[in-house]
Design a protein around this ligand. Structure first.
Ligand code: UT7
Length: 331
């Protein structure tokens, strides 16, 4: 085995990560967009009908309000359209579209097929499900296809979790919500925008977060919390290592938006200060696949990141899947 092969093997034991990334074609993020339903559900709304309080929800989760409504197709289409407009790319110029979702509108066909009908593209398209960590999984897969020769790849993260929660169950109803976010990546002659990544799963957590077909989400919150903090830190550190960067090189940390206490614990251990955190959780709740792109798009729209900045994304979800990556911001 060559030294390079040994190094690759060493790095990939226990999870998939990104040996020798950045070799090959260059890439750049050229567009982004997001979409939320109109209906705002506040903590005060829950106080009216469940045995809960604004104080409990705010202190335990950091969530103040969330959005419910729309279909996965409609929200994803709106986010994708914004990303395409910003990137100046028409439907016929797309080479691949991946939708990360755990809440497809129907079992067959994939929701990405419906989005193709709405946007009018005919390139390859498919749904990918890695729960709340799915957006980063989709980005890594889409980016590898770009490195294999495609020119324009659209990655969408969208979930409509309001359809799979028992709205009378205070332990989940206050947490989960709906939304979508999208990134458009294009092949370039420059450097790769994906500097390093880390994907994996811990099946000892399989039973902790579950939803039967046509059923509702059940969750052992405390245990998910404990494993989520560890997974986020370890995966983020692995992606940083793959990128040959440290947290001081990171302009913005965009964690999965599930609980502000998980985010704070992870950020603290990663040595990332509050002013380099992207948070939308207080206004969106946990939107699963949409949570990272929603927070990233808002930060980008607010001018918090500039071309060339290193952005660390780190997510975890049912499974327990995890996924982190460092991207060089574009546009
Ligand atoms: O993206 C998917 C991944 N999901 C997550 O990351 C979620 C991770 N877990 C969490 O965010 C937290 O564990 C929760 C927010 C779900 C719960 O917070 P906690 O501090 O772990 O509370 P707990 O589950 O230990 O519950 C404490 C108490 C319980 O009452 P008792 O048994 O002590 O009498 C719950 O029944 O809080 C009660 N409780 C509530 N009380 C008021 C649970 N939900 C509520 C509620 N309002 N909405």
């Amino acid at each position: 085995m060559s030294t390079v092969e040994k190094e690759i093997r060493k790095r990939t034991v226990g999870s998939s990560s990104s040996p020798n990334y950045g070799i090959g074609r260059g890439s750049s993020i050229i567009g982004w967009g997001s979409s939320l339903p109109d209906l705002v559900v506040t903590n005060a709304d829950f106080e009216q009908r469940l045995d809960t309080t604004d104080e409990w929800i705010t202190e335990r989760t950091g969530i103040k309000e969330r959005r419910w409504g729309g279909t996965t197709c409609s929200l994803a289409t709106a986010a994708a359209r914004s990303a395409m407009e910003m990137g100046g790319i028409t439907a016929d110029q797309l080479d691949l579209v991946i939708l990360s979702t755990a809440t497809s509108d129907q079992t067959v066909p994939a929701t990405s097929a419906l989005i193709a009908g709405e946007l009018g593209y005919s390139c390859g398209t498919f749904d990918l499900d890695a729960a709340c960590a799915g957006f980063t999984y989709a980005f890594v897969v889409g980016h590898s296809m770009l490195q294999s020769g495609l020119n324009n790849v659209l990655i969408i993260g969208c979930d409509t979790l309001s359809n799979i929660i028992d709205k009378q169950d205070r332990s989940t109803a206050v947490l989960f919500a709906d939304g979508a976010g999208a990134l458009l990546i294009q092949a370039t002659t420059g450097e790769s925008c994906l500097r390093g990544w880390d994907l994996g799963i811990d099946t000892s957590a399989l039973h902790l977060l579950w939803c039967e077909k046509q059923g509702f989400i059940t969750m052992e919150g405390k245990e998910v919390f404990r494993k989520a903090v560890r997974a986020t830190i370890e995966s983020a550190n692995s992606a940083l290592e793959q990128s040959k960067l440290t947290s001081s090189d990171i302009a913005l940390f965009v964690p999965h938006q599930a609980n502000k206490r998980i985010i704070d614990a992870a950020a603290q251990r990663l040595n990332i200060p509050e002013d380099r955190l992207a948070i939308v959780l207080d206004r969106t709740g946990n939107t699963s696949s949409a949570s990272i792109p929603l927070a990233l798009c808002e930060a980008a729209d607010q001018g918090r990141i500039s071309k060339g900045d290193n952005v660390l994304l780190a997510g975890f979800g049912a499974g327990m899947t995890w996924a982190s990556m460092v991207v060089r911001w574009g546009k």
